[in-house]
Write a protein that binds this ligand. Structure first.
Ligand code: GRF
Length: 203
């Protein structure tokens, strides 16, 4: 099988990156993780990459004159590795027009809430504060907004009496680790069709 090539962009812990790599190594997977890129030198995800045997790069946005130049460099790196799909996983920057232009409809993100509820930072805390009974996680295509692109897949997580931020984060994260590889797999199976704001999952 001809497998799709993925790069993961991250800024921190890298647990979703880890889950994606593990899924890519399962029998029958249709994708391979070729590269991890972090905008932060201290991201634990870089050490995870070394342990997992995935090539990893730190690209420091501060060493470029502006975001466009930084993203051009990312684009070069990604294209040199023949990356088909860019997966943001705890990447704490908004993607700008340069990268979006180079990977149109080929950048995914995972967010720890049921979008369009609770976009942006601290989504789990927003959910707790709002007193909702159900939250969860969402995988979506990335557009120019904050967590606003077409939704591919969602998994609900019920809030339990006595939940605090840590317990809720943990339960949502467990679902993130399943949902993200599933969405990537649908992408490479050619089953995702963007239709305006929606994503149709073809049979
Ligand atoms: C996850 O909760 C993800 O949904 C959000 O950032 C967090 C990243 O965690 N976008 P990790 O670095 O994958 O462990």
């Amino acid at each position: 099988m001809n497998k799709g090539n993925i790069a993961v962009l991250l800024s921190g812990r890298g647990s979703n990156f880890d889950a994606i790599v593990r899924a890519s190594r399962a029998v029958g997977s249709n994708f391979t993780v070729r590269l991890a890129i972090s905008d932060r030198s201290d991201a634990a995800g870089l050490k995870k990459a070394a342990r997992l045997g995935i090539p990893a790069r730190h690209v420091d946005p501060r060493s470029f004159p502006d975001k466009a130049a930084y993203e051009s460099r990312l684009g070069e790196l990604l294209e040199s590795q023949r990356i088909d799909l860019v997966c943001l996983a705890g990447y704490m920057r908004l993607v700008g027009p340069v990268l979006l232009g180079r990977f149109p409809d080929r950048i995914l993100n995972i967010h720890p809430a049921l979008l369009p509820c609770f976009p942006g930072l601290d989504a789990q805390e927003q959910a707790l504060r709002a007193g909702v009974k159900v939250s969860g996680c969402t995988v979506h295509f990335v557009d120019a907004g904050t967590d606003s692109g077409p939704i591919i897949a969602q998994k609900a997580v019920a809030l339990r009496p006595g939940d605090d931020l840590e317990t809720l984060k943990r339960r949502i994260l467990r679902q993130e680790h399943r949902l993200y590889p599933q969405a990537i797999s649908l992408f490479f199976a050619g089953r995702l069709q963007i239709d305006g704001r929606a994503v149709i999952i073809k049979p």
